[in-house]
Design a protein around this ligand. Structure first.
Ligand SMILES: [Zn+2]
Length: 160
């Protein structure tokens, strides 16, 4: 149940989780290079590959479902403002950390962004009509090596 403790009591905040793990004597491995966030200088549009855009993922990677409305708003606004000050490639979209949200988090996200992405679940379109709120948009995984035809089939809803 360590992950539930980390996501609820510690609110999913990395600094709190690492401090708690240290107190518990739980070994912590360094984050591999490929999984680390970029540095400020790497957000400069001239350094980003063509077609790359940036979206928000909260200020401290907190579990928004564990926070109150004011803390949720802080997480979203700090991140959105920070990104917009540093890059013209920012899109007004959020990806919920851990894919976790509640009604309050989705409402605040809807006020701050054009849309927000789930990690799993949800349904955006049914029979050609949008059925999901933009703040509850399903995320589509596009695995490496997927052909354009395969992507077309996934987008059509034929393959899920
Ligand atoms: Zn994340």
């Amino acid at each position: 149940m360590n992950h539930q403790h980390a996501l609820t009591k510690l609110e999913g905040r990395t600094d709190r989780i690492l401090a708690w793990a240290s107190e518990q004597g739980i070994p912590v491995s360094p984050v591999p290079e490929h999984a680390r966030p970029v540095e400020d200088t790497e957000l400069d549009p001239s350094r980003l590959s063509k077609g790359i855009t940036l979206g928000a993922h909260t200020w401290s990677h907190a579990n928004l479902a564990a926070l109150g409305p004011d803390a949720i708003l802080d997480e979203l606004v700090l991140c959105k403002d920070w990104l917009s000050e540093r890059s013209s490639r920012q899109l007004p979209w959020l990806a919920y950390p851990y894919g976790l949200r509640n009604t309050s988090a989705a409402a605040v996200a809807a006020d701050c962004f054009e849309g927000a992405l789930l990690v799993s679940g949800g349904r955006a379109v049914r029979r050609g009509r949008r059925v999901a709120e933009r703040a509850l948009t399903p995320r589509l995984n596009v695995p490496r090596g997927l052909s354009l035809e395969g992507l077309s089939l996934r987008l059509s809803g034929f393959l899920t």
